[in-house]
Design a protein around this ligand. Structure first.
Ligand code: CA
Length: 223
């Protein structure tokens, strides 16, 4: 899962990054509205946390521009405490959720996870495809109810395939969402990761569709 944290307060930005990383996100940060607008307009994120009080361009304008341009990623807005009008404006501008400052990182992470799940049209914390299940709250994996030990990176790969289990995911898209940058990783790093996961999980879980990418076999009808 790839997240963008937009926050000009360096201390909060560092806390946000640490909390989201611990929750399994690859996190990119930026500290002003103009670069936020550019990043959200040109890059794909699974979640954006957006502070409204930002230099250069305020968060509300950033959000309105994204939505006007048809960018539909989930956005969680951070508002100043007690500003009821900011909350209403944020939601009107297309925010999916908001959190007034100061907030607890645990709450932010819980809401972030819920938003990502909701945006992919899946409800609960535990998701299953065939006999594979993922617990998003604990970041654990099980097959036929038996826990399988996976690394954070392996979990992220499975979670992304699970969210998009109605289709095959291209290696380039997976690389971007796993590592957060397009070109620094070779495709064979991904192949090695998939091979390791296949050994751990056994056959019949991660399929390859030639020319398209990887998919969860149990997630696809007729696959
Ligand atoms: Ca601010």
């Amino acid at each position: 899962m790839r997240a963008l944290a937009v926050e000009d307060d360096a201390r909060i930005a560092a806390d946000l990054t640490a909390a989201l990383q611990a929750a399994g996100f690859v996190v990119q940060t930026c500290a002003d509205g103009e670069s936020a607008w550019f990043l959200g307009d040109t890059e794909d994120y699974d979640l954006i946390v957006l502070d409204l009080g930002l230099p250069k361009l305020d968060g509300l304008s950033v959000l309105k521009r994204w939505r006007a341009a048809g960018r539909e990623m989930p956005v969680l807005v951070l508002t100043a405490r007690g500003t009821w009008s900011e909350r209403v404006e944020g939601i009107d501008a297309g925010a999916d959720d908001y959190l007034p400052k100061p907030f607890r990182m645990e709450e932010l992470v819980a809401r972030a996870r819920a938003l990502v799940r909701r945006s992919a049209g899946r409800g609960g914390a535990v998701q299953a495809a065939g006999d594979l299940s993922l617990d998003a709250n604990r970041m654990t994996v099980a097959r036929r109810g038996v826990p399988v030990a996976v690394t954070a990176l392996e979990y992220r790969l499975l979670a992304y395939l699970m969210l998009h289990r109605d289709r095959a995911v291209a290696p380039s898209e997976l690389l971007e969402h796993l590592y957060g940058d397009n070109f620094s990783r070779e495709a064979n790093a991904l192949e090695a990761l998939v091979a390791r996961l296949r050994r751990k999980l056994g056959p019949g879980i991660i399929g390859t569709r030639r020319g398209f990418g990887y998919f969860l076999e149990a997630g696809e009808v007729g696959a």
